[in-house]
Design a binder for this molecule. Structure first.
Ligand code: FCB
Length: 429
């Protein structure tokens, strides 16, 4: 293990999502899903981290780890609890939270949609019905008119491919559908929602002369798809197809406005360049077999608690590839690991940031890193048992306790480097 430095302008912090930490909201599609008994440990997002009431305490946790940036989500179902009825108190609450972040010198990156829908929208067909483009636009308008003076950076949609595939192909997330036809409708509508929101956010911020440089993008869930057997041409082909279907076609459609099959055809909202940064959420790699068109875990590789391969080199490969495709600043909008015992998180952080430092040296403009995640939280169908946090959370008492890996990360945030002393202190047993 070698010491390394990140560039002086590099920004580090962490990422969260509203439904995973706030608690207290029964008006969203995930609460409903929990109630139906779909969560492995029977926990519910109604509890989560009670962040809605504890945001001040949580911002202090970020401060302690020297965060310069923070990616946070908004809960649409709180802001628009009934169709067309907006809750000024909810948006005022977010304003307070964001104001405090800014006071502490932490720049917010706001996610407008992170997997969860208001129940009224879900009942009307959610992202499957094309009316969602209109509803999403109205919601984004309400938000950006009210927060746009404080927030210049937005993620329109988090991981549209994960949302669509798990909810409409595998049927393990709400609304529990298994249909390729319906999945493709969701893909298409999400692309149109993103493009519409991209244009609108720029327009509102410009018309109002809001301060700061407007930066809008998508948080793309990008996986490495490698052939299970690298000498088998059919596995190689299958990996390429999987990559295109899961991420390639949708990402390109959203970025350029030109819909690629099977997402769609033509440019219904006009062609353009609909991103100001390349947002990458990176976790793992899949080993693809042609036979059965299956994704497996590469044999003999290190895994996290959820059996996801730990493959830091993948981050390097993805950044190179996406930079070649889109040529824009790269923000790692999520990266982290599930490690309840905190056995390998420090090493995970080291290895992934080391890959980033190499990219920076090569002139690839990776500018930011948002660690997933600040504190253990409600991890969708895995519930409270999957622990990704820099802080450990005791859900009964809501006590947050800093992990050793969290301390390590806090030092990196402060110093923008890993020194030999830090290696001795945090990475050696
Ligand atoms: C990503 C999600 C995030 C969290 C992490 C572990 O796919 O965006 O909400 O669940 O995985």
């Amino acid at each position: 293990m070698k010491a390394f430095k990140l560039p002086d302008h590099f920004l580090l912090g962490s990422a969260t999502a509203a439904t995973q930490i706030e608690g207290g909201d029964k008006n969203n599609s995930w609460y409903n899903w929990c109630e139906k008994g779909h969560i492995k440990d029977r926990s519910t997002c109604l509890r989560a981290n009670d962040h809605w009431n504890r945001y001040k305490e949580d911002i202090a946790l970020m401060e302690k780890l020297n965060h310069r940036v923070y990616r946070m989500g908004l809960e649409w179902s709180r802001i628009e609890p009934q169709e067309g009825r907006f809750d000024d108190e909810a948006i005022a609450h977010y304003r307070d939270e964001i104001t405090l972040l800014l006071e502490k010198g932490i720049k917010p990156l706001v996610t407008l949609h992170h997997f969860t829908n208001p129940l009224w929208l879900e009942r009307m067909g959610g992202f499957e019905d094309k009316s969602v483009v209109w509803y999403f636009e109205r919601y984004v308008k309400y938000v950006v008119e009210r927060l746009g003076d404080l927030v210049s950076e937005y993620i329109t949609i988090n991981e549209p491919n994960v949302y669509a595939t798990l909810g409409y192909y595998f049927g393990v997330w709400p609304p529990g559908v298994k249909s390729i036809k319906r999945l493709l409708k969701v893909y298409r509508n999400m692309a149109l929602c993103h493009i519409t929101a991209y244009k609108l956010i720029h327009k509102i911020r410009k018309d109002n002369d809001f301060p700061g440089k407007t930066m809008v993008g998508v948080a793309n869930h990008v996986r490495i798809f490698d052939p299970y057997n690298k000498y088998n041409p059919l596995d190689i082909l299958a990996a390429k197809i999987m990559d295109y279907l899961f991420q390639g076609s949708l990402t390109k459609s959203m970025a350029t406005g030109f819909l690629r099959p099977p997402v769609g055809l033509g440019a219904p909202k006009g062609g353009g360049r609909y991103f100001d940064f390349i947002g990458i959420n990176y976790y793992t790699r899949d080993a693809i077999r042609f036979k059965g068109f299956r994704n497996e875990v590469m044999p003999g590789t290190p895994r996290n608690d959820l059996n996801w391969e730990i493959y830091p080199r993948g981050l390097y490969r993805i950044c190179k590839k996406y930079y070649r495709l889109f040529t824009a600043p790269i923000w790692i909008t999520e990266n982290g690991t599930c490690d309840g015992e905190d056995r390998f998180r420090s090493r995970f952080i080291y290895d992934h940031l080391y890959e980033i430092s190499k990219l920076c040296k090569e002139g690839i403009p990776v500018e930011r890193y948002y660690h997933w995640t600040l504190m253990d939280n409600f991890e969708w169908v895995e519930g409270e048992s999957a622990r990704f946090g820099l802080y450990h959370v005791d859900y009964d008492t809501q006590v947050r306790t800093l992990r050793k890996s969290g301390r390590f990360y806090g030092e990196i945030c402060k110093r923008l480097e890993v020194t030999d002393d830090m290696i001795d202190m945090y990475l050696k047993d």
